[in-house]
Design a protein around this ligand. Structure first.
Ligand code: MTE
Ligand code: MO
Length: 245
């Protein structure tokens, strides 16, 4: 009885489906939905494309510094004084396994080295060789919770005013193979001017997304509640959040 009932119901559903399928408006809606999926898939695929990588001979003789070149805070000065032995990266927020990692712990993880071009909106570029840990590996250790949609990088410096520098990226960029937490530039420990002890490289985006002096990584569901609500120090001052290049 039950079985017959449900068969009848699914028969009805199918018949309903057939009728809908042959209705011209429904087909139009379906087609446009398909195109939408296609377009968004293309967008996601292009977001996964790699940034160009270069050779040693292309390296800029000097990788200039921009924005903060020396965080002007007492805690940072103390960490610098012991060569970042007391520095720890915290990974927290919407993660199942909040953790802290020392420079030594990060250096012990599988690393990636890439020679890429950095483009600053102010109109200069430089090519550098970066070595660091894929951000995705660190996120996997921390185990993102399903509600997590963005990764926020909290920095040690206050560029102007009381707000600390911060940046955020979505999970497509966080898991992009060239997105690394870099601790070396051109084969040497990162200089203070370039973000010691740890800075982000998110190679498909402009310079201001490349957060230096990272102290804390936070997984969040939305960006509204942070500082100016636009997801980054320069974004809060009118720059694009997605600074694709
Ligand atoms: N914490 C922090 N990160 C930062 C900045 C900053 O002032 N503070 N400046 C940004 C800008 S605008 C650029 S172009 C790059 C510069 O990196 P560099 O100093 O290694 O050249 O860092 C970005 N990340
Ligand atoms: Mo920049």
């Amino acid at each position: 009885m039950l079985l017959r009932g449900s068969m009848a119901a699914s028969g009805l559903l199918l018949a309903g489906c057939d009728r809908l399928n042959s209705a011209p408006t429904f087909k139009r809606v379906l087609n446009s939905a398909e195109r939408l999926t296609q377009d968004s898939q293309r967008l996601v695929l292009s977001r996964q494309a790699l940034a160009p990588e270069f050779n040693e001979k292309d390296l800029s003789p000097v990788f200039r510094s921009n924005g903060t070149s020396m965080p002007d805070t007492e805690p940072y000065r103390q960490m610098l004084a012991d060569n970042f032995a007391s520095w720890n990266l915290s990974v927290e927020g919407l993660v199942a396994n909040a953790l802290t990692l020392s420079v030594a712990a990060l250096r012990a993880m599988p690393a990636r080295t890439q020679i890429t071009r950095h483009d600053c909106v102010e109109g200069w570029s430089a090519i550098g060789k970066w070595t660091g840990v894929p951000l995705g590996s660190v996120l996997n250790l921390a185990q993102l919770q399903p509600q997590a949609r963005y990764v926020v990088l909290h920095c040690a410096d206050q560029l102007e005013g009381p707000d600390p520098y911060y940046e955020s990226i979505d999970l497509i960029d966080a898991y992009h193979p060239q997105t690394i937490l870099a601790y070396e530039l051109n084969g040497k420990a990162l200089a203070v001017a370039n973000g010691a002890p740890l800075r982000l490289r998110v190679e498909r985006q402009l310079g201001y997304k490349q957060a230096k002096y990272i102290m804390r990584i936070e997984a969040v569901a939305d960006l509204q509640s942070l500082h100016g609500g636009k997801g980054g120090f320069w974004e809060d001052r009118g720059y694009e959040w997605y600074a694709g290049i």
